[in-house]
Design a protein around this ligand. Structure first.
Ligand SMILES: [Zn+2]
Ligand SMILES: [Zn+2]
Length: 365
């Protein structure tokens, strides 16, 4: 049987290619892709701002098992799997042999991106989500999706939500602590919902009105509009006012701009913690000056967090099973496209004409 993939052939160029769908090898699983989200990093890759080239795009997907390789009888949580089950794979590999893996940092496995980034021409071809099928590698965690979690929500479970569940879980955030979230994009909204369930006082900062409205729906107790509070000083004063003078125990940077880190250092209270996730570029143009003395004098803790430990995808699916109805996770996707429309969908996502586009690769046109 043949299947199709949307492969990058150049910057802002996509070609639909056809390949024979392989049989599942020992330890691997073949799934038919039901839905695949367009994530901000897919747009970055399409725009050529990422090292991957000529690979199959897409990494946030949910699919249905069509073939099980020898030895695969359960998912990575020990739940029995059968043909037809809905599953979500972690989007990166864990080789178990590199320095990071040997020290338990599976989230930063040196070979984590090898599979996702490989050329579309290379076997097994179905290595990205914008495709009719996907081959779950034998070194790739995957989990069954709870019945009440809709496809649109499950498709995004393996990226932003898992990253936030992981970040909040290892942050040290406790009941009644104040967390200030810089940025109310998808990551900020997920973080608001998760810290709300943990009993924290949640303050979200952004400069887009509709995002601040969403932040309230996702559990923010207070929002700060940067258009009104237009200096760092004003925002620090407002945070003090909202916390009876105590300040921010935690500052989570998911704004995606270097200046947010400088502001986080200024906002965090004495003994506070900064969680840095929003700045991922290591390009020199993305540097910023900070006052290191503030980190010393306030005894701040700074934690950088990339991806998530793979088993957090399971915790995330359980979180969604429990809270899917409480917060409007399902409202975040606003347009669905076919596989042939991948190019159009990426264009719409890049120009922000749609908030979150989703590809339905097996949809009849
Ligand atoms: Zn993603
Ligand atoms: Zn590794």
């Amino acid at each position: 049987m043949k299947g199709k993939v949307a492969a990058m052939t150049g910057v802002r160029e996509i070609e639909i290619k056809e390949y024979e769908v392989p049989k599942a090898e020992k330890g691997s699983v073949i799934m038919e892709v039901i839905k695949s989200n367009i994530c901000g990093s897919d747009v970055h890759m399409w725009e050529g701002k990422h090292l991957f080239k000529n690979h199959v795009l897409g990494h946030e997907m949910v699919g249905r098992i069509t073939d099980l390789g020898e030895g695969v009888v359960t998912d990575y949580a020990g739940e029995e799997v059968n043909l037809g089950d809905r599953i979500v794979p972690v989007y990166y590999l864990t080789c178990q042999k590199c320095e990071a893996c040997l020290n338990g940092h599976f989230n930063i496995c040196t070979h984590g991106s090898d599979y996702q980034g490989q050329l579309a021409e290379k076997y097994p071809h179905f290595t990205g989500g914008f495709a009719t099928h996907y081959v779950v590698h034998s070194n790739q965690y995957f989990y069954k999706v709870p019945d009440n979690v809709p496809d649109n929500v499950a498709a995004g479970a393996n990226c932003g939500i898992s990253q936030m569940v992981y970040a909040m879980d290892i942050s040290g955030l406790k009941i009644n602590d104040t967390i200030v979230i810089q940025g109310a994009g998808g990551l900020g909204l997920f973080a608001a919902a998760i810290s709300n369930t943990m009993g924290a006082n949640v303050i979200v900062i952004d400069s887009v009105g509709s995002r601040l409205v969403d932040a309230k729906k996702f559990g923010a107790n207070h929002v700060i509009d940067m258009r009104e509070m237009d200096t760092v000083e004003k925002r620090i004063e407002e945070i003090k006012r909202l916390t009876n003078g105590k300040g921010a125990d935690f500052v989570l940077d998911v704004a995606g701009v270097p200046a947010a880190f400088d502001e986080a250092v200024r906002i965090a209270k004495i003994g506070g913690t900064i969680l840095e996730l929003g700045n991922v570029s290591i390009d020199e143009s993305q540097s910023v000056s900070i006052l290191p003395g503030l980190i010393t004098r306030k005894c701040l803790t700074v934690k950088g967090i990339l991806r998530y430990q793979p088993w957090y995808l399971h915790k995330t699916l359980q979180f969604l099973e429990k809270y899917n109805d409480k917060y409007p996770f399902n409202s975040l996707t606003d347009r669905t496209y076919s596989l042939n429309e991948s190019q159009l969908a990426l264009h719409k996502a890049a120009t922000k004409e749609v908030t979150r586009a989703i590809i339905e690769p097996n949809k009849e046109e």
